[in-house]
Design a binder for this molecule. Structure first.
Ligand code: PLP
Length: 227
């Protein structure tokens, strides 16, 4: 970078960072909203789509920020308890989503902290059988192959979260992405604060995500260190 204008507000749409992410994952950048980490996006989504007293479903055990923000926004949290092997009975989840007046379900896939994932077929079954807003946090999907990122145009109620913090090793930058269909993306963009991703982060994320080899190496390094 030759010159960085610290006195200017950053691009509200973080187009550079979103564009690089879109290119990396082969999706349309019109369907991407960047956040100050996916933590901000989790808070943003619950705030945008729900009101005090509305009901959501989270799983247990799962990433704790879902229930943290649920409590903060005074939502009613219907917790689905996983079995002793941390598996999820998708039919049971569907049944509860459709009978308990739940407006949104959010879970990580694969799960942090259990590392157990829900297979793509089961996710599709879920999406085919409920209209509930379904937020799938794929923070660790770079280490598994059951992503449903390709389905965002097919399911209007689907939102996927991704982060630069894990596989790419950029936690300090604070950048995550919400990926969803056109209608949902409009809602999310309308609800976010205008300058949520700072200018330095935007250019660094753009530069790094544009280097596909660097990304592939980063993911492989993490995979190898786990063996
Ligand atoms: C780490 C993690 C996040 C938070 O990511 P940030 O982008 O750093 O806020 C969200 N969800 C899951 C499942 C995570 O493991």
């Amino acid at each position: 970078i030759k010159k960085f204008e610290f006195n200017r507000y950053p691009d509200p749409m973080a187009k550079g960072a979103c564009g690089a992410f879109a290119e990396l994952f082969g999706i349309n950048s019109d369907y991407i909203t960047a956040g100050n980490g996916s933590d901000e996006l989790i808070s943003m989504l619950l705030g945008a789509f729900l009101q005090k007293g509305d009901k959501i479903m989270t799983f247990s055990p799962d990433f704790t920020m879902y229930s943290f923000y649920s409590g903060l926004f005074e939502l009613e949290n219907s917790v689905y308890i996983k079995d002793e092997d941390f598996n999820v009975d998708i039919n049971e989840v569907i049944k509860r989503l459709n009978t308990e007046n739940i407006k949104l379900v959010i879970f990580s896939n694969p799960c942090n902290p259990t590392a157990v994932g829900i297979e793509r077929n089961d996710i599709i079954k879920l999406l085919d059988n409920t209209q509930v807003i379904t937020v799938i946090d794929e923070a660790y999907m770079d280490f598994w192959n059951q992503s449903v990122l390709d389905l965002i145009e097919e399911y209007e109620n689907l939102i996927i979260l991704k982060t630069c913090s894990k596989a790419f090793g950029l936690a300090s930058l604070r950048c995550g992405f919400a990926i969803s269909g056109k209608k949902m993306t409009d809602h999310i963009r309308n609800a976010k604060s205008p300058y949520n991703v700072n200018g330095l982060t935007q250019i660094i994320v753009k530069a790094i995500l544009s280097k596909k080899e660097f990304i592939a190496n980063a993911v492989n390094e993490v995979k190898e260190s786990a063996n």
